[in-house]
Design a protein around this ligand. Sequence first.
Ligand code: PBG
Length: 343
Amino acid sequence: MNRPTSPKAAGARSVDEITGGRRLRRMRKAAWSRRLVRENTLTVDDLIWPIFLTDGENVREPITAMPGVFRLSVDVAVREVEQAARLGIPAIATFPQVDGSRKDVTGSHILDPDNLINRATRALKAAVPEIGVITDAALDPFTSHGHDGILRDGVIVNDETVEQVAAASVLQAAAGSDIIAPSDMMDGRIGAIRDALDANGFQDVAIMSYATKFASAFYGPFRNAIGTQGLLKGDKSTYYIDHANSDEAVRETEQDILEGADMIMVKPGLPYLDIIRRLKDEFALPTFAYQVSGEYSMIKAASANGWIDGEKAMLESLLAFKRAGCDGILTYFAPEVARLLKG
Ligand code: PBG
């Protein structure tokens, strides 16, 4: 029987001959040297915590599709945001579950200075002035059909929606919002919001544009959280970006920057790291990712089943955003990860 010739005997090159003596593992051999050459880090400064608001008092209602996330009444939100500030989280973003009786086809309740968003902003800024408050000016929590725009004869009417979103932004700024983050993707909204804010003395209120928001299946649990799931007829593909597109994301973002966006955001997050890197390289603006509800719930569900180490997967996913070029991440993990980083 023929024994196979050993590669060495056959004249195969040694590893040093192959690599030219370059050994990439050299710097990986000890924890201290891995730390020394580590290119990216996740810190509490990177975190924006999205929270869900609901009416009532002393309410902390679990959200079925998002284990560990709750709908909070304003009083409870104030307490939890105080804790978040103590953990060092720089900013929060609020999303309201609006009572069904207040919804209509145009989402008119967004123009009530005393709606849930604005009441929460006032309470939060009074109690925890050191934390940044980001509010969304999109109509979907307020419309009876769950769309982000005014719906007429089956069509989302762009310009009327923009007028309403801009007016709502002024009310949100008046309530104390530090950053307006419109998630509706209507054409011209950033410029209209900037004009409206400036005209009303809110030059210092910033705009974080949901510059590239993709039509996505990953928003499912969020719609369960704010109660728009059963309402939505059709999908949002006439205003959100087709998730097959990357060049279009660049054009959308450039437009929002020209109109006055101070910061840009990519949403969802993890499936769109290529977009984040491209936008950061192209525009070098403060760039954020929204690790959306579906991304959060997938990690939680797999972890609950013992299929992955949830804590490690959480940290790995968040660090991936930093590596891709993000300055920060909107994530439901924010308090959990802040506690972990604090040790
Ligand atoms: C809508 C809006 C969405 C999210 C926040 N605001 C998407 C949608 O419901 O279509 C999703 C956030 C998440 O999934 O965590 N303006």
